[in-house]
Each structure stands twice: as structure tokens, then as C-alpha cells.
Design a protein around this ligand. Structure first.
Ligand code: MTE
Ligand code: MO
Length: 501
């Protein structure tokens, strides 16, 4: 039993050394090609939508950590098996390790725009893992021979060196990736058409309420990437092609030299469940999407803008909605600073009123005027809707679900949004299924921005159910009909129970 465990541990150690070194090599070249991340990304692409939804619902923003953790666990389990095989025959163990890396390499090659060069880290992983296993097997066999004392020392050295490699590779890869995330120094232009000063919100008045402006560091992040694309503003270009009068390619400086606008817009993810966290409000700086399209001249056949990111990931936006007069932007600034890399540096799209998955392309490099019949975007291929306006929604931030409250004055508060529907005209609160009562609204940040609200409740003791609903400026009310996020956004009312004593 003990020898078996030892050999299984050798398999795991050899694999960790391979993965660690490969991770560092990937970080120094193309981070996305790190074998474990590549398998993770492939799993993301292949996972059926309902399962992805389930993962987002249960693991929230940790869904990627859970994914990478599961991939690692599966790999290490098989690595242990490889170690056991190696005890019988080294060739079998090594063969299984190579097979594992080959699967990862397959993952690397299925990434959009993958090249053979991207196999570098996988080849390194295989070479290091196999060499490590051979080394460990040699030392172990040596140690069990009669003059074993020396052999035991050999085992310890091998374990130490390989453990060191795994740690140096893993930690080093992390550090390099962190370093690469450092922002570039960009001088942002001033807006010719600035946003009015954002009024002071209810942040200080209502404890526990979502801040009126989401701090950039707290802004939710949703994308298909396990790493963050590192794009340099100098190399970046944006091409407008497809059904256009003339194809145009803009540099970052070209874009900065255009008419700059600034807008307060609340971005929402289609995967957000009612009351969920995937919504954020920020001040965006950029140029009008319509100004950019006009440079190329849009033809008469196109019905979608197919935007492509730096890695070939595609998002489609209905052309009519994006050009109907709303403040659709190509943004390079967020909350007074340049876009963080996580949020699309150097340039992303922002279209008020449309869920992010059909509008908010990060790291965007190409806008292709085409038709839904001709070309399908990433999520269209996965069954999501092509037309998905953000649904009206009110979220209760405080009190928290199932919290204990003291009898007497309890302030209920939250945020509500109804982009491109005239903003929020009213929010109402219902206790225990009683009558709907008007909540107080916070200041107005514009029709495309969310609104804070609060309601003073004199809470009697007992368990109580609180519900909220929003009414838009155009008169439309939030529906109570429940819908899952798939395929065009969740609906229903946010409801929660609190215990008052
Ligand atoms: N390139 C790229 N852009 C993308 C995505 C993506 O996966 N890749 N995800 C979209 C989705 S689903 C949403 S909700 C928003 C989220 O933007 P954020 O991460 O800046 O909050 O980005 C959109 N833009
Ligand atoms: Mo999203």
C-alpha cells in the first residue's frame, strides 16, 4: 500500500512540475496556452448553456475558480494513476502523462485563432512531466536495491527539485501574469460632450445599499476568458468591414482624435438572476459607435454588427437598435480612468439597454456589418437570443435575505434599472403580500443609469416576506412572471424573507 501511494504521489509530483513550468512558459508567451487553462477554456466553450447557467448560479463569480479547480483535480487524479502504472512499467505511466498533455494540446488548438506555436507550453509540460517521472522512477528503483541508503538520498533530491520546479513555475507564472496586467500609461482626451456631474447618491444615507457608482475594482466581470488578454494600445487597430462602402481601419490615436462623449450607463449581464450581482454602473468615455460606422458607410443589407475581439471571440448586436439614437459607444475610459484590462483595454463596446452578451464586446478589434443569416456569433451558436433588451428590475440590497432584524424601524433599500425605457419612475415595496407601497427614489443619474431607492418600514416581530418592483419612465412595469436567464434574461420579482424579533 505504501509503495503504491508513493508511486501515485510521484505521478502527481511529475505532473505538477510539468504544469508549473508550462504555466510559466505560457505566462511569458501567450497566457491562454497554459495547458490547464486551455482545458478549462475548452470546457467553457463546450459546456451546454443550462449547465453553465447552473454553475454561474451556484458558484457565482467563483465559477472560474471552481472550473479550474475541477480540471486540476481530474488531471491530478489521472496523474496519480500514471504514477501507479509507472510502477509496473515506466512506459505506461509516461504514456498516460503524454496522453493527458495531448488532450490539453487539443484544447489549445481548438481556441479561436490558435496557432501551432501555441503548443509550446504543452510540449514543455509533457517533456518536464515525463522526464520527472523517469527520474523519480530511477531513484525509487535505486533506493529499493540493497545499497539503498544512497538511493534514498536521490529520491529526496528529486522530490525537492521537482517540488521546487512546480512551485517556482506556478508562482512565477502568476507573478508574470500580474505584471502583465499592469495598465499602460494613457493620456485620455477630455469629452467634447461630457456627462453632467453625477448627483450624490444615497450611499451614506442607507447603510448596505449599493453605491450609486460602482467602483471600478468592484465592477462585475463576465467573459469566456480564464486569463486576461493583454493588448497594447500601439498595436491595437479597429477594422470596420463587411457590408460597407469602404473598409476602414483605425488606430487608437485615430479613435482618441474623434468627437469624445462621456455617459453614465448601467451595464447588465443576461446571466444575472433576479436580485443577482451581475450589474454595474459606471461613467464611460469614448466615441459614438455611429460616428465610427459612418467612416465606413453602412450598406443596405446588414442587420447585425458582428464584433470580434482580439482572440476571435464574436458578439452580435442588432444594427437597428445600436443606431437608433441611443448612446452606443466605443469606450476607452471608465470612471475617469482608462479601461482596465479586465474590462476590455484598450477599447470596448457599450450599448445602453442591451445585455452585455449582445453589445459590450471587450478588447474589440473588428466590426463587421453582416446579417444574422450569414454569420453567427459565439452565444448565438449556443442558443441565446439575438435580440435581448435589458429587462426592468429592482434589487433589494438591504436587509439581507434570512437576516435577523430588530423590531421597529428597518430601512429597505436597493437599486433598480430600466435602461432605454425612460429610466426608473418608481419603485414599490410589498410586505407579506399586502398592498404595494411607494419607495423613495434616490437622485436621477440619467435614463440609462440605475436608481437607488429606499423604504422605511416599521417591522413587527415575526418572519416577513419583502418584495420589490420597478416601474419605468415609459410606464412599463417590471413583470412578476418568472423566467430563467436563458435565452434572453431573467424576469420576476426580487423577494426575500427576514426574521424580526
Ligand atoms: N471579448 C469579450 N467581450 C465580452 C464578453 C466576452 O466573453 N468576451 N462577455 C460579455 C458579457 S456576457 C458581458 S455581461 C459583459 C461584461 O462586461 P464586464 O466584464 O466589463 O463587466 O462583457 C461582454 N463582453
Ligand atoms: Mo453577460
Amino acid at each position: 500500500m505504501r509503495t503504491r501511494l508513493t508511486w501515485a504521489a510521484y505521478g502527481v509530483l511529475a505532473t505538477l512540475a510539468g504544469i508549473g513550468v508550462a504555466h510559466l512558459v505560457a505566462a511569458l508567451t501567450v497566457a491562454d496556452t497554459s495547458p490547464v487553462l486551455a482545458v478549462g477554456s475548452t470546457v467553457i466553450d463546450l459546456t451546454p448553456t443550462p449547465m453553465k447557467d447552473w454553475a454561474i448560479e451556484h458558484f457565482g463569480t467563483k465559477d472560474k475558480t471552481v472550473l479550474v479547480g475541477s480540471v486540476m483535480a481530474a488531471v491530478l487524479l489521472l496523474a496519480g494513476v500514471a504514477g501507479l502504472l509507472a510502477r509496473r512499467r515506466l512506459l505506461y505511466g509516461a504514456g498516460l502523462l503524454v496522453l493527458l498533455v495531448a488532450i490539453a494540446a487539443g484544447g489549445v488548438l481548438t481556441r479561436p485563432q490558435a496557432s501551432v506555436l501555441d503548443l509550446g507550453p504543452s510540449v514543455v509540460a509533457a517533456a518536464v512531466a515525463v522526464a520527472a517521472l523517469v527520474w523519480l522512477a530511477r531513484e525509487q528503483t535505486g533506493a529499493s536495491e540493497p545499497e539503498g541508503a544512497n538511493g534514498r538520498r536521490g529520491v529526496l533530491i528529486a522530490v525537492g527539485v521537482l517540488g521546487g520546479l512546480a512551485v517556482v513555475g506556478g508562482v512565477g507564472g502568476r507573478l508574470v501574469n500580474k505584471l502583465r496586467l499592469r495598465p499602460e500609461d494613457i493620456d485620455l482626451p477630455a469629452a467634447q460632450d461630457p456627462a453632467p456631474a453625477l448627483p450624490k447618491g444615497l450611499d451614506d444615507q442607507v447603510p448596505g445599499i449599493t453605491p450609486f457608482r460602482t467602483p471600478t475594482d468592484d465592477f462585475y466581470r463576465v467573459d469566456t476568458r480564464l486569463d486576461v488578454p493583454i493588448v497594447s494600445s500601439e498595436d491595437w487597430t479597429l477594422t470596420i468591414d463587411g457590408d460597407v462602402d469602404k473598409e476602414v481601419t483605425l488606430s487608437f490615436d485615430d479613435l482618441l482624435a474623434m468627437d469624445v462623449i462621456e455617459r453614465d450607463i448601467t451595464l447588465t449581464c443576461v446571466s444575472n438572476s433576479v436580485g443577482g450581482p451581475y450589474v454595474g454602473a459606471a461613467r464611460w468615455l469614448g466615441v459614438r459607435l455611429t460616428d465610427v460606422l459612418a467612416l465606413a458607410g453602412v450598406g443596405s443589407k446588414a442587420d447585425q454588427i458582428l464584433s470580434t475581439d482580439v482572440d476571435g471571440m464574436t458578439i452580435s448586436t442588432p444594427l437597428d437598435l445600436a443606431t437608433d439614437g441611443r448612446d452606443a459607444m466605443l469606450a476607452f475610459g471608465m470612471n475617469g480612468d482608462q479601461l482596465p484590462r479586465e474590462h476590455g483595454f484598450p477599447v470596448r463596446m457599450i450599448v445602453p439597454g442591451l445585455y452585455g452578451f449582445i453589445s459590450a464586446t471587450k478588447w474589440v478589434t473588428r466590426l463587421t456589418l453582416t446579417t444574422y443569416d450569414d454569420q453567427k456569433a459565439y452565444w448565438t451558436d449556443r442558443g441565446w437570443a439575438t435580440d435581448a433588451p435589458i429587462k426592468i428590475s429592482a434589487r433589494i440590497d438591504t436587509p439581507k435575505a434570512l437576516s435577523d432584524q430588530k423590531q421597529g424601524d428597518v430601512v429597505i433599500g436597493g437599486v433598480a434599472w430600466a435602461q432605454e425605457r425612460g429610466g426608473i419612475k418608481g419603485v414599490q415595496v410589498q410586505i407579506d403580500g399586502g398592498g404595494w407601497q411607494d419607495a423613495n427614489l434616490g437622485p436621477d443619474g440619467g435614463d440609462d443609469y440605475w436608481r437607488q431607492w429606499f423604504f422605511k418600514w416599521s417591522a413587527p416581530s415575526g418572519s416577513h416576506r419583502i418584495s420589490a418592483r420597478a416601474v419605468a419612465g415609459n410606464g412599463e412595469a417590471q413583470t412578476a412572471a418568472r423566467a430563467e436567464p436563458f435565452p434572453d434574461g431573467a424576469s420576476g420579482l426580487h423577494e426575500l424573507i427576514v426574521n424580526v424579533s
